[in-house]
Design a protein around this ligand. Structure first.
Ligand code: G6P
Ligand code: MG
Length: 215
């Protein structure tokens, strides 16, 4: 089957927003008197905002109502939006723009498949709004990765079949989502965490058309 499209997760693949998520969650956890560190932050990668809050509240003695939880998630998001509003194109991860441009020139369609509701703001801050043929994000999907919904939606928007797509992901939940969608998958990061992927590289600067075609 000919490769027709590539779907990119955003956070951790094209930009490192994990550090801003960390700062905002840490601020909330400190306010609530809950322990939070980088290891717990790792568990939040690829996970939706609501699910992330649940993970943080696992260490809380207080049980919050649904409304209270929604207010806490909103408070965190306000801080997070403050941080990402100051991002510039200099924060695009090395090789991302070059690789995506290379495959686009070869006639391959490109989309974003991200859990983040802040995807439009991030793409705007990075100056990448025009680069993608489609954007499937947390604003249009209901089910979080490892559910394949976000990638299936991206394929539908691009009018391609699952088996014609390759997904790029930095989170284990995202790799599972790609496999559940019946798509090939490239892991961005450590082989240990992403062993289910068809190929693992340290970043998009290590990708090229030839490697993509050999999948
Ligand atoms: C991405 C990140 C997660 C984040 C999620 C929701 O998947 O990897 O860490 O929780 O998006 O982001 P949002 O911007 O909607 O809070
Ligand atoms: Mg990610």
């Amino acid at each position: 089957m000919k490769l027709k499209a590539c779907i990119f997760d955003l956070d951790g693949v094209i930009v490192d927003t994990a550090k801003y998520h960390y700062l905002a969650w840490k601020r909330l956890a400190d306010q609530l008197g809950i322990f939070f560190n980088e290891d717990i932050n790792e568990r939040l990668k690829g996970v939706s905002r609501t699910e992330s809050l649940k993970i943080i509240l696992e260490l809380s003695d207080i049980v919050y109502t649904r409304d209270e939880e929604a207010a806490l998630a909103a408070r965190k998001n306000q801080w997070y939006v403050d941080y990402i509003s100051r991002m510039t194109p200099a924060e695009i991860l090395p090789g991302s723009f070059e690789f995506i441009s290379e495959i686009k020139n070869a006639g391959i369609k490109v989309a974003i498949g991200s859990a983040s509701k802040n995807t439009p703001l991030i793409l705007e801050r990075l100056g990448l709004k025009e680069l993608f043929d489609a954007v499937a994000d947390g604003n249009i999907v209901k089910k979080a990765k490892p559910d394949p919904e976000v990638f299936l939606k991206a394929a539908e928007m691009l009018k391609v079949r699952s088996k014609e797509c390759v997904v790029f992901e930095d989170a284990a939940a995202g790799i599972k989502a790609a496999l559940n969608a019946g798509m090939k998958c490239v892991g961005i990061g450590s082989q240990k965490i992403l062993s289910q992927a068809d190929l693992v590289v340290s970043g998009l600067d290590k990708m090229n058309l030839e490697k993509l075609n050999s999948l």
